[in-house]
Write a protein that binds this ligand. Structure first.
Ligand code: TNX
Length: 546
């Protein structure tokens, strides 16, 4: 495998002084089949792209649009061109998301049965191009040399996800789009958006305006917390730091982001975390809690009174109102309702909860939680959507159609798959991108564990303890970025890369083909791409335990 990227300045027969930016073969995630040939295909001002329909036109146009800043010779792209040298051709025999990319010295052929497959073929093509394609520098006379190669590729898992917590720290619309871009580059297809938690409610709900008027903002306690266990990491530096901290997305923002993700073949799964992790909602609407309040949007640490009251009908009305708008907004078939780490102390003494437990014949608070989640699932199913929850929803009995996200190790996922429920594996030891990865000096630190790159890479998504039939319930893998200790974009990318690449390759590449040594070599190319874009990433994760 060639790993040297070079920009060779020389005369080339299409023009004097033209720069040839030579790419190399170092694709992440590793394709199923890749045969390298001799020579290069040159993309230059004579290149013509032929597509078959509007969707392909869109894919090709968007791909070359990325060059706008750096290249003035974008190829002509049109439907049904006869004299083209980059050709899109539908092959309905290929599986969903599969593609073939055949680069020869004088033409490139892309085959797929779906828009997603063509999109992935183009993303692979992008990785075959020189890193200078990612740089901001204007190179109007650059021609691009794509190595001759034949790729036949398809994903192993249908769910290849990344979760971003925007509650603990807020990331704005442009940052979210950037996240979606870096997911797309490595063929991830599920963006899990953690939109509510104790520390901020981030989605406009028209029926409940206080959720964002009140729930999206918190006092910035940086100054106070400076010498204590400070989740938020940054001491007050100037007057502005004492103002409120927060932000939210309007429904219009969300539509824009959904459309942006759709163009990149990424589905968005919205999470409204209930019945625990709900301080921000309670600050806005205390009547849905067992305790009296008042409540304040959390500023770090754990507040035990952060739970909805499943004894009161008004709680279900609220949940239905909120989820109704969420489901109308997000086209994806799944909605995530959290269900994790719900503190049930208040339920034990609340008269409404006690009454409910009597009426419904519920033995304990776990069954009360299960009652709550099952009612919520009915609301979701009535909208023809499916519910996902963290693995705590197993406690007290799973809701009939629930999908489980296994985070407290693999146990929950294994148990749910054995019960015939679909699962997504995201065990913290392998998939938590907020956990430390090696370098004690410079990493943000939640303080309780590590997630090493090599472990993320080698993690076996379908446990050996499942039968083949049970294993089919494992939909895939997801990397989660919780943001208690991640306050800004640089920290976000630093904790995300390169572990996200390990998640991506693990989810895409056949278990038997995965190869740690090859992965770490190919990673160097990704680091160069990140360098070209000026993005931070952790080399500690790379160095530790190679
Ligand atoms: C557990 S994972 C949580 C999150 C925290 C995370 C920190 C899960 C469902 N709950 O609320 O942010 O640990 O690693």
């Amino acid at each position: 495998m060639i790993l040297v990227v070079s920009c060779v300045k020389r005369d080339f027969n299409t023009g004097k002084g033209t720069i040839i930016a030579k790419g190399n073969v170092a694709i992440i995630p590793l394709p199923v089949e890749l045969i390298k040939g001799q020579g290069y295909f040159i993309i230059d001002k004579h290149t013509i792209v032929s597509v078959e329909n509007d969707e392909q036109l869109h894919i090709a146009t968007n791909f070359f649009k990325k060059f706008d800043n750096i290249w003035s010779q974008i190829p002509e792209i049109a439907i049904g061109k006869t004299n083209a040298n980059i050709v899109f051709r539908t092959d309905s025999l290929l599986e969903n998301e599969a593609y073939e990319l055949i680069v020869e010295a004088d033409n490139i052929l892309l085959k797929s049965a779906s828009g997603a497959g063509f999109f992935y073929a183009m993303e692979s093509l992008g990785q075959l191009m020189s890193v200078s394609f990612d740089s901001e520098k204007k190179q109007s006379n650059t021609n691009w040399a794509i190595p001759v190669v034949t790729i036949k590729d398809k994903p192993t898992f249908g769910w290849r996800g990344y979760m971003l917590d925007v509650s603990r720290h807020f990331f704005d619309k442009e940052e979210v789009k950037n996240v979606i871009d870096f997911m797309a580059e490595v063929k991830l297809n599920r963006f899990h958006w953690h939109l509510s938690d104790d520390n901020g409610w981030r989605i406009e709900i028209k029926k409940y305006p206080k959720l964002t008027d009140v729930g999206a903002w918190r006092v910035n306690q940086n100054a106070k917390d400076e010498n204590t266990s400070n989740w938020w990491g940054r001491p007050a530096q100037n007057e502005g730091d004492l103002a409120t901290y927060g932000g939210f997305y309007t429904q219009e923002d969300i539509k824009e982001i959904i459309a942006y993700a759709k163009e990149r073949y990424i589905e968005i799964i919205a999470e409204i975390d209930i019945p625990g992790h709900s301080l921000a909602a309670l600050a806005a609407y205390p009547e849905i809690s067992c305790a009296k309040g008042p409540f304040y949007v959390g500023t770090g640490g754990v507040n035990k009174n952060n739970t909805y009251c499943p004894g009161k009908e008004v709680t279900f009305e609220f949940v239905e109102g909120v989820l109704g708008e969420v489901m109308d907004l997000f086209p994806f078939e799944y909605v995530h309702i959290g269900g994790d780490e719900c503190n049930k102390e208040a339920w034990k003494v609340d008269e409404y909860c006690q009454q409910r437990m009597k009426e419904e014949n519920l033995a304990d608070e776990h069954e009360l939680q299960s009652y709550f989640i099952k009612r919520v699932e009915k609301i979701i199913n009535a909208h023809d959507k499916k519910m996902i929850g963290w693995d705590e929803i197993l406690e007290g009995g799973l809701a009939p159609n629930a999908t489980v996200m296994s985070w407290r190790g693999e146990k929950g996922g294994i148990a749910a798959a054995r019960q015939g429920h679909d699962v997504i594996m995201t065990p913290s030891k392998y998939c938590y991108l907020d956990l430390k990865q090696g370098d004690d000096d410079i990493e943000p630190n939640l303080g309780y564990a590590y997630t090493f790159l090599k472990d993320t890479y080698n993690y076996k998504i379908i446990s050996d303890s499942l039968t083949t039939e049970q294993g089919k319930h494992v939909l895939g893998i997801q990397g989660n970025l919780w943001t208690e200790s991640i306050t800004n974009w640089n920290q976000l990318t630093y904790m995300t890369f390169p572990r996200l690449y390990a998640v991506a390759e693990n989810g895409w590449t056949n278990q038997k083909l995965k190869d740690w040594n090859s992965f770490t070599m190919r990673l160097l190319n990704q680091f160069k791409r990140l360098d070209a874009k000026g993005e931070r990433y952790a080399t500690s994760a790379y160095n530790v335990r190679i």
